[in-house]
Ligand binder design. Structure first.
Ligand code: FEO
Length: 175
């Protein structure tokens, strides 16, 4: 059974995961429309993953006797100055999600809700993996170069990473 505080906080997290999904979708479109199909493919895959994160919480709330709310989702940024800026913005947003998950875990401990705390541990692991992944991508962009020639190689690199994550990797492969 969920306390009202936990139920409300989980519904806020649904909104955040939905926003994250749209953030990736917007970033994918920015890349796709500039001939960076590999980056686009990688980011479309992450948009799907974030929707799965949202739905996992959605089902959990109803299964635990609460009421999941379909979220109102504001439009994410649609303009980025460069690929480096785009991925730095994504990492900054993932750090916000991590902080929100940590706050949720703290709330569950305070409310003695061990079931939801247990459920959220998957998200704790997932956020660790996502932050690590996007730090790696940013390091690669800095190594290769955030310029037209560099973009060609970054696109090839991320096309491979997109294919690897589509086959299922990290905590993101859990259902
Ligand atoms: Fe599900 Fe990476 O936020």
């Amino acid at each position: 059974m969920l306390t009202k505080k936990v139920e409300n906080a989980l519904n806020k997290q649904i909104e955040m995961e939905g926003y994250a999904s749209n953030y990736y979708l917007s970033a994918a479109s920015w890349c796709d429309s500039r001939g960076l199909e590999g980056c686009g493919q990688f980011l479309y895959g992450h948009a799907d993953e974030e929707r799965m994160h949202m739905m996992k919480i959605f089902y959990y709330i109803n299964d635990a006797g609460g009421y999941a709310l379909a979220p109102e989702i504001k439009q994410p940024p649609t303009k980025f100055k460069s690929i480096l800026e785009l991925f730095e913005a994504i990492l900054a947003h993932e750090i916000k999600v991590t902080n929100s998950i940590n706050d949720l875990v703290n709330l569950c401990l305070h409310e003695k809700d061990h079931s939801t705390n247990n459920f959220l541990q998957w998200y704790v692991a997932e956020q660790h993996e996502e932050e690590k992944l996007f730090r790696q991508v940013i390091e690669k962009i800095k190594l290769i170069g955030d310029d037209p020639k560099g973009h060609y190689w970054i696109d090839k690199e991320l096309a491979g990473m997109g294919a690897a994550s589509a086959k299922g990797g990290g905590a993101g492969s859990a259902t």
